[in-house]
Design a protein around this ligand. Structure first.
Ligand SMILES: Cc1cc2nc3c(=O)[nH]c(=O)nc-3n(C[C@H](O)[C@H](O)[C@H](O)COP(=O)(O)OP(=O)(O)OC[C@H]3O[C@@H](n4cnc5c(N)ncnc54)[C@H](O)[C@@H]3O)c2cc1C
Length: 460
């Protein structure tokens, strides 16, 4: 077994969003970095997550436009979905970004190691017969698609998002287990492609982590799109039939379809990687960290889906940057996770930042809310989208505590919402800002005008 000559400043295990962001920032700050990745740099987000799903959703949007052109006076019709063409487009986007990322890694002079690593001490990772020593180690091995007890993923009829992204056909019918972000995004795209879709969610609402008002608006929109869903429903079994699958629910109902997508959450990739042996504190497979992403072992940090924070690529980026800056001796501030924007890219989109109304009431007692219905927004009418922007503020003149939006393209509005929440703006200050007309962003301005006591286009 050989060892690298002198220890690097930082050895990173896992080249996904969290790991590569730390590598880029650390080298920018003059640290020497070894980045170990067993598959492809970019990880889940680039190869099996954010980017390919959003490409599929964009193809779905184009299919809907083709189908609905007449509504806008344009004679179009949907001749069909060519999945080879869709996949070529999606894979083209991914490979272009992958190439760009590989170029960045090279340009930053990061020592990139291809292979499966294992933590062998608080300062070393082994890959094959080589050991990479570091003054510090960052664990960033990410997450995998979980299943439910008794449900076996066979990759053909019972699939996860990994398989769904590789499908070479549009299924005639799909049951989606889990009405969270990933489940709703796939339900949306398959419906756009022409499949019959049923979502089964154990909790009382779709996107259950969102403000209840957003969940209800999404449910209304999905109902209109004829996406079926069964809420508060627990699965008792999944079996195969002659032509597909059958899902039995505890309430006695059952559904049959060609495919079932299991989208019930993601678990940390941490088993058998030497973390516990190195003394790293863990819980349910997640690596535990303090607010600076440091574990109980001073030389070891962890970021991304491996730690029990929001499982989002931009959270991984933020945590990776925080670790790199801390190790380089820069002053760092803990991440306010409530201030991280969240987007579900279904049709319609759901976007939010800050606290839900229930969380705000629990934390602050009295709050005030204003909801601006997109029915009053010119751009929304042009796009023929329904939804709303809701702002929650602390009572008695307090700042904005949360912003929740549903509608086409509201994911793009969350950048403004993020500034409002994170700068603890008062609705009166937001009301002072003139929003461009006609844009969807006016809905945020209008909700702020309501809270500031000077509504413009608001009814009642
Ligand atoms: C279908 C889907 C859609 C998503 N959409 C979005 C979205 O729109 N927006 C968003 O913000 N987030 C989205 N996410 C979540 C996002 O992809 C993750 O939060 C993000 O990828 C987490 O980054 P990470 O670095 O922690 O882990 P990962 O990206 O999973 O990277 C971990 C890396 O570690 C490597 N690795 C693991 N073990 C080893 C080992 N022993 N040795 C060497 N390498 C190893 C893996 O190969 C992998 O490349 C989505 C996820 C999925 C599944």
């Amino acid at each position: 077994m050989s060892s690298s000559t002198s220890p690097a400043d930082l050895v990173i295990l896992g080249g996904g969003s969290g790991g590569y962001a730390a590598a880029l920032r650390a080298t920018e700050l003059g640290l020497s970095v070894v980045l170990i990745e067993k598959d492809k740099v970019g990880g889940t987000c680039l190869h099996r997550g954010c980017i390919p799903t959003k490409a599929l959703l964009h193809s779905g949007e184009i299919a809907d436009y083709a189908r609905e052109g007449e509504q806008f006076g344009v004679k179009t019709s949907l001749a069909g979905i060519d999945m080879d063409g869709v996949n070529a487009y999606k894979d083209g986007v991914v490979s272009k970004m992958w190439k760009g990322l590989q170029g960045l890694i090279k340009a930053h002079k990061i020592e990139y190691v291809e292979g499966e690593g294992r933590l062998v001490s608080p300062t070393a990772v082994q890959v094959g017969d080589r050991t990479y020593e570091g003054r510090h180690v960052l664990l960033a091995t990410g997450s995998y698609a979980r299943s439910l007890p008794g449900i076996e993923i066979d990759g053909t009829r019972v699939i996860t998002s990994d398989h769904a992204l590789q499908l070479d056909r549009v299924p005639t019918s799909v049951i989606v287990l889990g009405g969270g972000v990933i489940g709703c995004e796939f339900a949306s795209v398959w419906k756009s492609f022409g499949a019959d879709v049923t979502i089964v969610e154990a909790l009382p609402h779709l996107v259950p982590l969102e403000d209840e008002s957003s969940s209800k608006l999404l449910e209304r929109a999905f109902r209109r799109r004829k996406i079926e869903f069964s809420l508060g429903s627990r699965v008792s079994g999944v079996g195969t039939t002659d032509n597909g699958v059958r899902v039995d629910l505890e309430n006695g109902k059952n559904y049959e379809a060609e495919l079932v997508l299991v989208a019930v959450g993601r678990g940390p990739v941490s088993q058998g990687l030497g973390y516990e042996e190195a003394g790293v504190a863990m819980e349910r497979g997640y690596v535990l960290v303090d607010e600076y992403c440091q574990t109980n072992v001073p030389t070891i940090s962890a970021v991304g889906d491996l730690i029990p924070t929001l499982q989002l690529a931009h959270v991984g980026f933020g945590e990776g940057i925080l670790v790199a800056e801390r190790l380089a001796g820069l002053p760092v501030v803990p991440i306010d996770y409530a201030g991280v924007p969240r987007v579900t890219y279904s049709d319609p989109e759901v976007a939010s930042v800050g606290l839900t109304e229930a969380q705000a009431r629990e934390k602050y007692g009295e709050v005030e809310t204003a909801t601006y219905d997109l029915a009053g927004n010119g751009r929304a009418q042009i796009l023929k989208t329904a939804g709303a922007a809701k702002i929650i503020r602390q009572a008695n003149g307090g700042p904005v505590l949360g912003i929740h939006m549903v509608g086409a393209r509201v994911g793009d509005l969350v950048a403004e919402a993020q500034l409002i929440y994170n700068w603890e703006a008062l609705p009166e200050e937001v009301a002072q800002l003139i929003h461009p007309h006609p844009t969807l962003s006016e809905a945020v301005g209008e909700a702020a005008l309501v809270l500031a006591g000077k509504p413009l286009h608001a009814h009642g």
